[in-house]
Design a binder for this molecule. Structure first.
Ligand code: CMP
Length: 141
C-alpha cells in the first residue's frame, strides 16, 4: 500500500490537484485511504446513498446507467462527487473493469477540502461540466 507521500506524488500529477503546493497535497493525501477492487466489483451502486469520493490511482472503471456505459474512467479521474454534493442517491453504478486502485475520501473530508481549496472545487466543476456536455451530446437511445 502506498504511503501518504506516494499518494501525494500521484495526486500531484492529477490536473485536479496540480495547482496545490506539495505540503497541501501531502496533507490532502493523508485524509484519504487506498482501496483495491477486483475486475467486476461495483465500486458504487446506483440508488444507494454516497459516503465516499473516489480518485482512480490505477486501473479502469465504467460508469453504467440502465446498462448503458456513460463513461470509462482511468488514472487521475474521479467519481462519486455528485451524491456528496447534493446528498441524493448515487446517479449510476461505477464498476471496476480491471483490477482498480482508488484513493477514497469520506464525505466529510471531501467537503472540508472543497471549502478550503476553491481552486480544486473549480477544477472539479470544470470536469463535471465537461461530462454534462458529453452526456448531452451522446445519443439518447
Ligand atoms: P455519484 O452520483 O455520486 O455516483 C455515480 C457517479 O458516476 C457520479 O457520482 C459521477 O461521479 C459519475 N457519473 C454519473 N454520470 C456520469 C456521466 N454521464 N459521465 C461521467 N461520469 C458520470
Amino acid at each position: 500500500m502506498a504511503g501518504a507521500t506516494d499518494v501525494a506524488t500521484m495526486i500531484g500529477s492529477v490536473p485536479f490537484f496540480s495547482g496545490l503546493d506539495a505540503k497541501k497535497r501531502k496533507s490532502i493525501a493523508s485524509q484519504g485511504k487506498e482501496m483495491s477492487y477486483k475486475s467486476g466489483d461495483n465500486v458504487v451502486t446506483e440508488g444507494t446513498m454516497g459516503v465516499g469520493f473516489y480518485l482512480i490511482l490505477d486501473g479502469k472503471a465504467e460508469v453504467r446507467k440502465a446498462s448503458k456505459v456513460m463513461a470509462t474512467l482511468g488514472p487521475g479521474q474521479f467519481f462519486g462527487e455528485m451524491s456528496l454534493i447534493d446528498e441524493m442517491p448515487r446517479s449510476a453504478d461505477v464498476v471496476a473493469v480491471t483490477p482498480t486502485k482508488c484513493w477514497v475520501l469520506s464525505s466529510w473530508s471531501f467537503a472540508s477540502i472543497m471549502k478550503a481549496n476553491p481552486e480544486v472545487a473549480l477544477m472539479m466543476l470544470k470536469e463535471v461540466v465537461k461530462r454534462l456536455r458529453a452526456a448531452q451530446s451522446s445519443p439518447t437511445s
